[in-house]
Design a protein around this ligand. Sequence first.
Ligand code: HEM
Length: 473
Amino acid sequence: MTLAPEAPIPASSLIGTAPPSPAGPIDAAEAARYPVPPMVELPRVLQTLRFNQRQIDFVFGGRRRLGETFRFAGIVDGDPVITSHPDHVQSLFTAKPEQAPSLTGESPLRPIVGPNSVLTAIGPRHMRQRKLLLPSFHGEAIAKYMEMIADAADREIDKWPVGETIALAPRMQAITLDVIMSGIFGIEGKPERGTPEHALRRAVRGLVEASTWKTAQLAELMNIGRDEPVGITKYALGFLDRPTYQVIAERRQASDLEERRDILSLLLQARTEEGEALSDQELRDELLTLVLAGHETTANSLSWTWERLVRTPDAHDRLRDAVRGGDDAESAKVVEQTIQEAMRSRPVIPIIGRRVKLPWRLGDYAVPADTPVTMSILLLHHREDVYPDPFAFRPERWEGNKPGTYTWIPFGGGIRRCLGAALAMAEMRVVLETMARRLDITYETPEPERAVHRNVTMIPSGGATVRIVSKRA
Ligand code: HEM
């Protein structure tokens, strides 16, 4: 299925509200009064396969046949529920941590980043890791990266051939990798061959590339439910772990540690409330989490933005005019609206989940304790009542409208909201503005690129293939 536009409606009525649907923890007696959500009627194996390989067809089909809340047979224990109502989302985002822990604790990433990283830990351990990392991701901390991001974008754009067809995704990844290496590890530019920094950069690139291979996806399935990696994953991680530990050891000895602003240096100096420092293993787990969570997501979000822009001339012209018009406030506004709309219509992480620890009401239904409840970001972002004309790419729908906490959730929400959201937004603003200012870009084929699923992300099937028509210095 493609996410195709429907007949356009006026910009003034492009954001609406959903009718109320009560949700939240209830006692068992009350839960017994409501039915469980309807189940997708397909053999279990087929459901799991469809969900993993063709999630768009699967969730839109489920919603069409069964409504906004339904169950399916997934790879996590219990039959997961999929919901796309903002009130249900709110109940999960505002629940106490012990009532609805994140499903990332059960994700295939767990053996790779370890059970104690901020992504996979749950409960008090998660809050501790999150508190340690938060200061590195505040607006102020991010502001100092802006210049570095602009340099990385300019350097990359300088290399792009005019008149030729290129896939943007790998080029966006080159930029976001530079930003990650600099912001997280404090490694600027291309490190010298033979140094641990050089080996680390190569290993990160290799790991991200290898994650697209079919064998890697199989290996990932083998690792589900484990704390330690096995097989090929274990072998591959060795290439990454060796230079990571070397870089950590070097940095511990650095005489300028206190002046350094990269996240590794900040974490080396960080202490928990009990006054404890992070161990090397904890540092490695946290750093790898940030690399994996932040590098491809941002690159693919940018790729999707261009995949949409080149196929939506009105939006593309509006962006170019604003960026080149000389009015900084107008430019910043339109860049922001364009990113918000791209993340609405193509959320790179299309689904997130929690495991409810109490019976939970979800509108007309209720589920028993221990049920995995997932929120389809994709379905929520395509609700007709919240986003009229949902399949159209219309950045102007954000004119005078702020994204809603429970209706625009590309970064998730609550105590698990993406830690890198401010960094990702900063990267996207700078890169999008620089590209719109310096480049005239068009599509290679007018058909929209399909969404394909890689690990937990949704990426454009052609890597956002475009042709660079002209380039400014
Ligand atoms: C466009 C880019 C990005 C998108 C769309 C994105 C999206 C998300 C989503 C949906 C979650 C799960 C939230 C939930 O379950 O409620 C998440 C978590 C997380 N993200 Fe991002 N992310 C992006 C970039 C980044 C960057 C740049 C970093 C860091 C360098 C990062 C670090 C994290 C971390 C550490 C978590 C786990 C937070 C926790 O569990 O407390 N992300 N992200």
